[in-house]
Design a binder for this molecule. Structure first.
Ligand SMILES: Cc1cc2nc3c(=O)[nH]c(=O)nc-3n(C[C@H](O)[C@H](O)[C@H](O)COP(=O)(O)O)c2cc1C
Length: 258
């Protein structure tokens, strides 16, 4: 449906917003950076926005965003939402060093850029005007193209917050079995028995958690982490950036859609 509509409008439509059959279809770019915090919440909302075909959503993943999505078993969920013109899955590694996709932002082709979740790394770069990654470049060019930008920082409030871990080998429970059932069950061979899980190989499928008879692989454990003052201060500075709106939680994004 959306594919047809965009064909009718044409690739060079000067207005990014299309009003057809009485409904607004927004052209949205949604960037995910490499944060585990607020990641599931962001993906769930992305599914709501992109999955119902109400809006046309391009998904951008920072290099770390791609890795972290895989670790939490969420990459394929995000990938399945993409496909088609202005509904691409844009990976940092495919954009090389100059991020040609950013031209869409400087030309004002989108109605909205969302970055959720936004890591402290990306925020620190943004508040210093750095644009040397896929996502920081998209935000910078969105500013030039006067595209409204919503950011959900992971480090907004001082103090301690609870966050969720990907799969983890719990060595105090590991029995060092002759044959490690968890390692045998792991499709990408990410587990070194009795040692660790290589998270860069892990696909977050949780087969290891099911296979280990001693419960020595945890997944989704909650830990408490301390928000560093420099990260909180950077998140506050972000609010002063032209064209940028900072919001606290991915759920608030809904209030900004037509
Ligand atoms: C499992 C995992 C979870 C992470 N969660 C966070 C997080 O919640 N917040 C954060 O700022 N960085 C987090 N990081 C670190 C970032 O991925 C790292 O700083 C990366 O360089 C960010 O790059 P990006 O800003 O280009 O996405 C996490 C890393 C891993 C491996």
């Amino acid at each position: 449906m959306i594919g047809q509509l965009s064909d009718e409008i044409g690739a060079d439509s000067s207005s990014a917003t299309m009003k057809l059959i009485g409904a607004w279809i927004m052209k949205i770019a949604w960037a995910l950076t490499g944060a585990g915090h607020l990641l599931l919440e962001s993906v769930e909302l992305l599914e709501e926005v992109a999955g119902r075909d109400e809006h046309q959503v391009t998904v951008l993943l920072s290099g770390a965003g791609e890795e972290v999505l895989k670790m939490y078993g969420l990459f394929n969920r995000v990938k399945s939402l993409t496909g088609g013109y202005y509904q691409e899955l844009v990976l940092e590694k495919d954009q090389m060093w100059s991020y040609p996709i950013s031209g869409r932002f400087s030309l004002g082709r989108y109605d909205l850029l969302i970055v959720s979740p936004t890591t402290s790394n990306t925020i620190a770069k943004l508040v210093h005007g750095i644009a040397d990654s896929l996502v920081t470049n998209a935000v910078a060019q969105a500013g030039k193209g006067k595209i409204r930008t919503l950011l959900v920082p992971v480090d907004l409030e001082s103090g301690d917050v609870e966050t969720v871990l990907p799969s983890k080998l719990e060595l105090d429970l590991c029995q060092n079995c002759d044959t490690c059932e968890a390692a045998a069950a792991c499709p990408p061979d990410a587990i070194t028995p009795g040692v660790e899980i290589n998270l860069l190989k892990c696909q977050g499928c949780a087969a290891c958690q099911v296979a280990c008879p001693f419960g020595a692989v945890s997944g989704g454990s909650i830990i408490t982490i301390h928000m560093r003052e420099i990260d909180v201060a950077n998140s506050r500075k972000l609010q002063q950036l032209e064209g940028v709106e900072v919001i606290q939680h991915p759920n608030e994004i809904k209030n900004h859609l037509y």
